[in-house]
Design a protein around this ligand. Structure first.
Ligand code: ADP
Ligand code: MG
Length: 503
């Protein structure tokens, strides 16, 4: 399926607000806003199918529908660069598609601008108490929910409905989650909850770990799996959203409704609970909701950046209850997991990314899967855009800024220590005058790695190796490069050392 449901779910597809509708004098009767919206929606889908997901996301997703006037329709883009690019690359196609949809439209005007602010806000799934949470969430997942513009234009009565849950992103499924040592336990727990919610021992499920390690992904995966079955209503939201909803409910004197809605779900998932630290009233409310749901045999899934016991500032009784079910942590990724994730994402993109590039990225970007993914996506977009294949050189060039930020400062001393350990020689031999091959070769490798992994100059490196001359370092670099080409075992050794030093 090529339609990008996430964008549908979190961004309003239609940006025509009632106040901005062209007046009856300027537009013929056939150009009703909902017609335009429907046309625009079809055009977007067509475009996406034509240009592919990545290109669509990179350039076209941000187009907003502006006004229609006479035979012209205005589309809005947020930056000059995007506008110019879209105009030059897709201008004609957009005109043709529009004309095909609405015969009267002959021109597409691309302008700088954004959609009216009320409609550019991400619009969470709206929960209708009478329809229950599930129906809405389901329809969101399937991308059939009423567009934001229409929801916003609904009569006053609906404005008081609490929009409780956020949409689930169909891309964050179990299928797209790559399992490795660091996350296998959390993944197994998540699977288990998705298969049999509310089983004793797994309620609540508390997922914790650093930024970008997959907590949100696993929560969406659980939600998607459960919502797919059709019988379970799932509400997923960030703790922050929970707080805003709660405060809004207090303001509009609808706390009862808020509580009832929350308590009517089968599965409640609150992401990034650490946000509630210091927000005492909201914590209290969450505590009560939590108890009511657990007592009623409903499943709770919570994520946070730390374990319950380390979340200082959380009320004790809440902390205790959070720790009562299953607590699972997502560990920092390993090189192997990063490679697997990159491989999966590259193969899903359909762009050939050489293993060398994947390894390079997995070496360089170690802390956060989101950034790793972002880097890969940039390379893929670049390849699609310029029709060039992804190479190591292009990667270094395109990702220059990201890579610089991730340059881990490996010191020459660290390199010397690791290399000496690896070949079992004394650290002092790194700077000694001994020339026996058993010590000279490792020394050359250390110099080679110092050149590769640090920004030190050749003379600086030479000095750290017993005041050797920079030509000695140069010679070491070319000798090691040569040897790596003809001796695979040696090349693997050097690669391994590099990996260890970089991770
Ligand atoms: P967190 O909520 O822990 O900060 P996310 O779940 O938002 O992290 O993950 C960040 C990004 O990395 C998401 O795009 C997610 O899909 C991706 N990601 C993280 N871990 C994995 C994994 N094991 N397999 C596939 N993608 C992953
Ligand atoms: Mg998250």
């Amino acid at each position: 399926m090529s339609v990008d449901l996430r964008n549908r779910a979190v961004e309003p597809d239609f940006a025509v607000a009632a106040g901005d509708l062209p007046s009856a004098e300027t537009v013929e009767a056939s150009l009703m806003p909902h017609d335009l919206e429907a046309s625009w929606s079809r055009i977007r889908s067509r475009l996406q199918a034509e240009v592919g997901d990545v290109e669509y996301r990179t350039w076209l997703r941000q187009i907003r529908l502006g006004q229609a006037e006479g035979d012209e329709i205005t589309l809005l883009l947020p930056t000059r660069f995007l506008r110019d690019w879209v105009r030059s690359q897709y201008g004609d196609r957009l005109s043709a598609l529009w004309h095909g949809e609405v015969a009267q439209i002959r021109r597409v005007e691309l302008q700088l601008g954004t959609a009216p602010s009320t409609l550019t806000e991400p619009d969470p799934a709206v929960v209708l108490p009478e329809a229950g949470l599930h129906g809405k969430l389901q329809s969101r997942v399937q991308g059939q929910a009423a567009p934001a513009g229409i929801l916003a234009a609904e009569p006053q009565a609906s404005a008081t409905r609490a929009d409780l849950a956020a949409p689930l992103d169909p891309r964050l499924s179990f299928d797209s989650f790559v399992v490795g040592k660091p996350n296998e336990f959390a993944h197994a727990c998540a699977r288990r909850v998705a298969e049999r919610p509310s089983s004793p021992g797994f309620n609540p499920l508390f997922l914790y770990g650093g930024v970008g390690l997959g907590k949100t992904h696993l929560m969406h995966a659980i939600g998607l799996e459960l919502a797919r079955g059709g019988r379970v209503s799932v509400a997923y939201m960030s703790a922050e959203k929970f707080m805003y909803r709660f405060i809004a409910a207090i303001r509009s004197q609808s706390t009862m409704e808020f509580k009832e809605q929350l308590r009517s779900v089968d599965v409640l998932m609150i992401d990034d609970l650490q946000f509630l630290i210091g927000k005492d009233n909201t914590q209290e409310e969450f505590f009560h909701t939590f108890n009511a749901l657990v007592d009623a045999g409903k499943q709770i899934v919570v994520s946070a950046d730390k374990s319950p016991s380390d979340l200082s500032g959380l009320e004790d009784r809440l902390r205790t209850r959070l720790g009562c079910g299953m607590v699972a942590d997502l560990h920092a990724t390993t090189f192997e997991l990063r490679i697997s994730i990159l491989e999966a994402k590259a193969s899903a993109s359909g762009v050939a990314v050489p293993p060398k590039v994947l390894e390079f990225l997995a070496h360089k970007i170690t802390s956060n899967v989101r950034e790793l993914e972002g880097a890969l996506n940039r390379m893929i977009a670049h390849a699609n855009l310029f029709g060039r294949s992804v190479t190591l050189e292009a990667t270094q060039e395109v990702l220059h800024d990201i890579l610089k930020a991730h340059d881990r400062r490996v010191t020459i001393e660290e390199i010397q220590r690791k290399v000496a350990e690896h070949w079992n020689i004394r650290l002092t031999d790194m700077s000694s005058a001994r020339r026996a091959r058993a010590v000279a070769r490792p020394r050359q490798v250390a110099m080679f790695l110092a050149k590769q992994l640090t920004s030190r100059s050749l003379p600086e490196i030479g000095r750290k190796f017993g005041n050797r001359d920079h030509t000695t370092v140069m010679h070491a670099v070319s000798r090691v490069t040569e040897l790596m080409q003809c001796d695979t075992a040696f090349a693997e050794d050097v690669e391994l050392l590099r990996r260890m030093l970089e991770s």
